[in-house]
Structures are given as structure tokens and as C-alpha cells.
Design a protein around this ligand. Structure first.
Ligand SMILES: *Cc1c(COP(=O)(O)O)cnc(C)c1O
Length: 435
């Protein structure tokens, strides 16, 4: 009997069985687990363009894109070639290299608010360091963040932090000392009044407001007109800094990220995901007078043995340079998003389904709720069981969606109209049969 069971097990299931013995939850980042949709993670063997291939030889049109970085599609030849070339020169030197200069120049050119930039190894590190710089510069301790926004897993920001924690149903993390979270003030996304209240109470103690300019870790929530502008004004009034966490939006909505897209200029910006093209790269930067406080120039200490790694930067640099040289790619991506999510919206209206589609450009999300989603509260009204059912269906049919309700869908330049039409047809089959 056990022999028969083993034969029926897929390779992914077998790998997962082994994985859970040695890795907490079988995965190296919780968002990869399929726990919230009640199935087994697909183990991916390789990817090309818009397609993922799993260990069982099945293929999927990919809507996760490594959670954003793969904006050109997987295994883009120019990117992988640059990595191979860099590898052959040595993996790391722990000393200054030319590509770091090129990369810094490129980031500053693409994002004019970034006058100086420091490379790190992840989005979490970028945020952690930007906050330290903001506190160092203002000599204040408190930070305002929004419920449902995620800024990585550093202690002080794991408070009402969106997708990962939301999905697990755990609002905060164990192991975060109360002291670490006490300087984190929570406001409501798209609600300036909730921000003003904090400032009226203790504005002179607030170092910075940190925000995802498009929230993409509680599903996708667009800032209402005036919201980002209002944050800029409040920060200016109280001499606090405005930090845009553009780890997802940076180089996705346009060559200068959400700040260019919405025309609101932050003091500091954090970057990740696309900037590394799939390699572990993050960065933070902003106004010169703030960044000049970072070590070894100033007293804000921040370091990294592998920061600015030449192989990782080769990938990121190639991708960014390509995006900069082809601004028409953004038009293409954003139009593709408008069309695709627009079709989704139509589908929902036609079948009178209790769902919402939110999108900004190539970022989008289908919420299983009747309420319009504009913040964490409304996002939370989503029926995660319904999402799980839908998601499992789509994955089984060869469409790889994020295995959790509160995540974005990511389109890439490798997605074609034909692929998206197939996806919509599959969605329609599911939504029709389930309504
Ligand atoms: C992914 C993400 C982070 C964290 O980046 P990591 O590279 O996973 O550490 C921070 N902020 C936002 C907005 C993100 O989406």
C-alpha cells in the first residue's frame, strides 16, 4: 500500500516531504508556502520568459515573477549573459569595483530624488538602513507606518505588516521586543487624518513616515488622489522625512518608480526586487545631506560584506540599463495591465461576482470581497477560502498565481496578449462554475 502511495506522489510532494524535515515549513520564505491555499508548493526547476517549469515537468504561465524582479521575463539572455561574464571574473572581492559606480550613477539618473545611494542585499536591509538614516538625520525616534504595508522583516516594522503575517492570521511576530515596536505608530492607508493625529500628538518626535506609494502587500491598493501629496505636506510641516518604500514599485510603474508616476518626491527611497533582476540586491538613497550621514562619511553606521556584489550588480545593472534605454517598455507594460485587469473587471461585472479588481499598471489583484478595497480593513473582508479554491484551480490549470489572497499579480514584458487571453478564459471557466 505504501508503495502505491509513493508512486502517486509527485516529485514536488516528495521534495516537500523532505523539505519540512529540515527547513521550517519547508520553505526559505513564508510566502512560498502553499499553506494558506491548503496545497503543496510546486518545486520549480527552471523558468524562461513568462513560463515556470516544475520538477514534475509541468509548465505554468507565471504571475509571480519572483515577487516582482522578473520584469523582463525569466532567463532574459542579456541578463544571464552578464551574470556568467561577471562570474568568470570572480564572485566577490570585498573591495571597490567599477560596476558599483556605474550602478549608483544609473540609479541616481533614473530616480532624480536619489542624489546618493548605498547598495545592500535585500529590501529588508534597505528599509532598516533608511530608517536608521532618517533617525540619525532628524535625531528623532518615532516612525509612522500604515497598517497593511509591508517593509521587510526588521523588528520595528513587523507591526500590522500585511500579506505574510495577515495570511498566517498573526498580526505581529513573536520575538519582537515591545521596546522595538513602541516607536512604530500605525496609521490607516489612504487616510491623512489618521496621520495628522499622530503628528498633532507627538510630531516633534517623529523621524519619518514610511509608505508603499502603491500598497502591494495587502493585495494591491492604489493611493487615493491627494494621499501621497498630503503625506509630503505633513512631513514638511513637522520637519519629518518621507520615505517611499519602492521595493515593489521602483522601476515597475515607470523608470523613476511611483514617485515619477505620481509626481511626489520623497526624502528617502528604498529599492529591491527589480533592482537585482532576480539576484539579492537592495538599495536606499535620497537627499545628499541625509545620505552624507552614512558611514564612513558620517555617524550612521551601516555595512555589508557582500553589498554591491559584482555578480548581483551585473544582473541588476543590465536589467535597469535596458529599462532606461527603452522607456516604451513601460507604456507597453502599463497598457497591458490596463487591458488585462480591465478584462478581469468586465468578467466580474458580467457574471455579477462578489469580487474586486484593483490595479496600477502591471500590478493587480483580485479580491474576493463585495467591498471596495482601499485599505487594510477593507482588504481583510476578503474571503480567503474562496481565493484558495480559485488559486488551486488556476495553478492546476497551468497559471501560477501567488498562493495567498493578499499578494499582487505581476506582469512582465514576456507576457503576450495570447497568454493573457488564455488566462482570462481559464478564470472565466472557474468563476462561472463556482458562482
Ligand atoms: C519585498 C518587500 C520588502 C522586503 O524585501 P526583501 O528583499 O524580501 O527583504 C520591503 N518592502 C516592500 C514594499 C516589499 O514588497
Amino acid at each position: 500500500m505504501s508503495g502505491r502511495e509513493e508512486k502517486e506522489m509527485t516529485r514536488s510532494e516528495h521534495l516537500f516531504q523532505e523539505a519540512v524535515k529540515h527547513i521550517p515549513g519547508g520553505v526559505n520564505s513564508p510566502v512560498r508556502a502553499f499553506g494558506s491555499i491548503g496545497s503543496t508548493p510546486r518545486f520549480i526547476s527552471h523558468a524562461k520568459g513568462a513560463y515556470l517549469y516544475d520538477e514534475d515537468g509541468r509548465s505554468y504561465i507565471d504571475f509571480v515573477g519572483s515577487w516582482g524582479p522578473m520584469i523582463l521575463g525569466h532567463s532574459h539572455k542579456a541578463v544571464t549573459d552578464s551574470v556568467v561574464e561577471a562570474c568568470q571574473k570572480g564572485l566577490s572581492f570585498g573591495a571597490a569595483t567599477a560596476i558599483e559606480v556605474d550602478m549608483a550613477k544609473l540609479v541616481c539618473e533614473m530616480m532624480p530624488s536619489v542624489e546618493m545611494v548605498r547598495m545592500v542585499n535585500s529590501g529588508t536591509e534597505a528599509v532598516m538602513s533608511a530608517i536608521r538614516a532618517a533617525r540619525g538625520y532628524t535625531k528623532r525616534d518615532k516612525i509612522v507606518k500604515f497598517s497593511g504595508c509591508y517593509h521587510g522583516h526588521c523588528d520595528g516594522l513587523l507591526v500590522q505588516a500585511g500579506s505574510g503575517a495577515m495570511t498566517a492570521g498573526v498580526p505581529d511576530s513573536l520575538g519582537v521586543p515591545a521596546g522595538c515596536a513602541k516607536d512604530t505608530l500605525i496609521a490607516k492607508y489612504n487616510d491623512l487624518e489618521s496621520v495628522r493625529e499622530h503628528f498633532q500628538r507627538c510630531g516633534e518626535e517623529i523621524a519619518a513616515v514610511i509608505v508603499e506609494p502603491v500598497a502591494a502587500n495587502m493585495g494591491v491598493v492604489e493611493p487615493v488622489p491627494g494621499f501621497l501629496e498630503g503625506l509630503r505636506q505633513i512631513c514638511d510641516t513637522y520637519d519629518a522625512l518621507l520615505i517611499f518604500d519602492e521595493v515593489i514599485t521602483g522601476f515597475r510603474l515607470g523608470p523613476s518608480g511611483a514617485q515619477g508616476y505620481y509626481g511626489v518626491v520623497p526624502d528617502l527611497t528604498t529599492l529591491g526586487k527589480i533592482i537585482g533582476a532576480g539576484m539579492p540586491v537592495g538599495a536606499y538613497g535620497g537627499r545628499r545631506e541625509i545620505m552624507e550621514l552614512v558611514a564612513p562619511l558620517g555617524g550612521v553606521y551601516q555595512a555589508g560584506t557582500l553589498s554591491g556584489n559584482p555578480v548581483a550588480l551585473a544582473a541588476g545593472m543590465t536589467q535597469l540599463a535596458l529599462l532606461k534605454d527603452h522607456p516604451e517598455h513601460y507604456q507597453e507594460l502599463n497598457q497591458m495591465g490596463d487591458w488585462f485587469y480591465g478584462q478581469m473587471q468586465q468578467l466580474i461585472q458580467e457574471h455579477r461576482l462578489p469580487c474586486q479588481v484593483n490595479h496600477v499598471g502591471s500590478l493587480g489583484c483580485l479580491f474576493f470581497t463585495q467591498q471596495k478595497v482601499s485599505d487594510y480593513e477593507s482588504a481583510k473582508t476578503s474571503d480567503t477560502k474562496k481565493y484558495a479554491d480559485y488559486c488551486n484551480y488556476m495553478i492546476n490549470q497551468g497559471f501560477y498565481l501567488a498562493p495567498a489572497q493578499f499578494e499582487a499579480m505581476f506582469l512582465s514584458l514576456a507576457h503576450t496578449r495570447e497568454m493573457l487571453e488564455k488566462t482570462l478564459q481559464c478564470m472565466e471557466r472557474y468563476l462561472q462554475s463556482s458562482s
